[in-house]
Design a binder for this molecule. Sequence first.
Ligand code: ADP
Length: 275
Amino acid sequence: RRQLSSVRTAGLGLEAMAQDLQKSYFAAEAGNRSKSQFMATMGHEIRTPLNAILGTTELLQLSGPDRAVAQGLTTIQKSGEALLEVINEILDYAKLDHGKLTTEMRPLVVAELVGSVVDILEDRAGENGNLMRAIYPEAPAFPAIESDPTRLRQVLLNLLSNALKFTQNGVVTLKVSEQVVEGRSYVRFDVTDTGIGIDPEGIGKLFKPFSQVDATISRKYGGTGLGLTICKEIIEQLGGRIGVTSAKGVGSTFWFEVPAKPAEMPISVARSGGR
Ligand code: ADP
């Protein structure tokens, strides 16, 4: 009970902070509509999971140790995770804005990377009635390559989470293939969904910070509008390219490719480094 109380107190502090931040940005305005829009979005994204955390905590403080407690704890955990995602994106974007977003080259095994990402998202796929599948190249699979496993996982999680979020009762496919461009070898990832798709006007805004295709107050889908901007920076830092093809009402393919520079370390060492 005492711990729940401190979760609640910390939450109230955070909520006040989100409100202050939003107010001061609106006050400054600076004629920058997309920035104020961004703060409104952010206020919403921080406040929604926080209200769930605070409301559930209060409920749990009142209720006895029964099924409601287990359900409440799940809500608290999910809301906490959502909040952490928002805060991590804001921090990554702040780093990017100051030229301090970094990548770190290490050996990575592509199949392991894909496996770990699919494991993380498997449950979420079912929530919208979606089927998620991964398609690998035919044997022999990629040897270990030199890239940034943590950042690539972040990019894949972002693209796949988006695909799952904007698709209902559809299919999300992650396809991994090898591309040779001007004699250089690349690993290419295609994340294809059968979701809402994006019109040509929306495509132009996708990789720009502070923007979402649907930026209205009554936005149907949550999100910060920063994910793709961060993905683009990461992929370019790794020497690759990122892009999208999409058709409204049909679905989208977000793709990226990174150099398949063979890792110098033996694969057995690379395996532990990939996690
Ligand atoms: P967000 O946190 O809002 O998802 P992103 O930068 O990841 O931020 O995406 C920006 C916008 O691009 C989204 O708000 C959405 O409008 C659009 N978008 C991204 N992925 C998809 C997709 N798979 N299908 C349709 N729209 C998408």
